[in-house]
Design a protein around this ligand. Structure first.
Ligand code: NAD
Length: 292
């Protein structure tokens, strides 16, 4: 069924996601503050809108893919709520703080709109290829309506519970990833210093209890394990700056919930050092260079 979808935020991620909605037969009306981003979406088959309100008017669903919580809150409260048709469904796919996600979804509900937070796992290549994983927070009825739209942009759509739980799942997962990568880098660096060949360490640890995704799928050492950004000079992959963004969101949520997160906090400190050294654009596994 063709759904009329407003898509706001057509950057690195949103551009590919909007193009996939078009490919799956949806009518997409696009808006971005950046003319360049908007022009790319139009080339991919979306219709140009001159404002958020124009994109949203009459649409069955509104998808947003914006940088941070402040953009999401401003776009919905100042522009989307007043322009959307009654019964429109809202899907925010941005990675933002749990508190803002819950506040915006509650504000939408007060105005009679169903909304989900649906952050993604997977980077620009997955956004372009339609292979993202969506972690979704919201009422079961909203999830049921959101699922077919998200499926057009991804390979997996998982209901994580009530409002904000998509963001909660995303930051808990990425905090775990940040910490396991830091520990994996630390172990490889130490192995080498005490005279253990890194390949031998990999062969043993990758089938022993130290194994993790950070080691066997995303090994931080070049020439060891599968092809990863380490084999490409730490270019591409998942940027230090984005990992740090997610860790900061995790620390914020932990403080609000009074959760103890010493490992996540240590990882945040390490990625912050990388950023301060000008390595924000490098893959996050480049942390091994700091520890070596
Ligand atoms: P981006 O900066 O490339 O794109 C954001 C777009 O939003 C920009 O084109 C910007 O012009 C637009 N925008 C900002 N304010 C706007 C407004 N008021 N109205 C209309 N458009 C507006 O960022 P991105 O890399 O596409 O990331 C988007 C979100 O996805 C972020 O929350 C990020 O954390 C998350 N994310 C990114 C990746 C990644 O690999 N890039 C992976 C997973 C999740």
């Amino acid at each position: 069924m063709t759904t009329s979808i407003a898509f706001i935020g057509l950057g690195n991620m949103g551009g590919g996601m909007a193009a996939n909605l078009v490919k799956k037969g949806h009518a997409v009306r696009a808006f971005d503050l950046s003319e360049e981003a908007l022009a790319r979406a139009v080339t991919a088959g979306a219709t140009r809108a001159a404002s958020v309100a124009e994109a949203v008017a009459g649409a069955d669903a509104v998808v947003t893919m914006l940088p941070a919580g402040k953009h999401v809150e401003a776009v919905y409260t100042a522009e989307v709520f007043g322009a959307a048709k009654p019964g429109a469904l809202f899907l925010d796919c941005s990675t933002i703080d749990v508190a803002t996600a819950r506040r915006v979804i509650a504000a939408a509900a007060e105005r009679g709109f169903e909304m989900v937070d649906a952050p993604v796992s997977g980077g620009i290549a997955a956004a372009n290829g339609g292979t993202l994983t969506f972690m979704v927070g919201g009422e079961a009825t909203a999830f049921a309506r959101a699922e077919p739209i998200l499926s057009a942009m991804g390979k997996a759509v998982i209901h994580a519970g009530g409002a904000g739980n998509g963001q909660a799942a995303k930051i808990c997962n990425n905090m775990l990833l940040g910490a396991t990568m830091a520990a994996t880098c630390e172990a490889f660096a130490m192995a080498r210093k005490i005279g253990l060949d890194p390949q031998t360490f990999y062969d043993i640890s990758s089938i022993s209890s130290g194994q993790s995704w950070s080691m066997t799928s995303y090994c931080p050492l070049p020439g060891v394990g599968p092809q990863t950004p380490a084999d490409n000079g730490y270019e591409g992959g998942f940027a230090v700056a984005l990992m740090l963004k997610d860790l900061k969101l995790a620390m914020e949520a932990a403080a609000a919930a009074n959760a103890s997160v010493p490992m996540g906090s240590a990882a945040e400190g390490l990625y912050q050092i990388l950023l301060n050294r000008g390595q924000g654009g490098k893959d996050f596994s480049s942390l091994i260079q700091l520890l070596e």
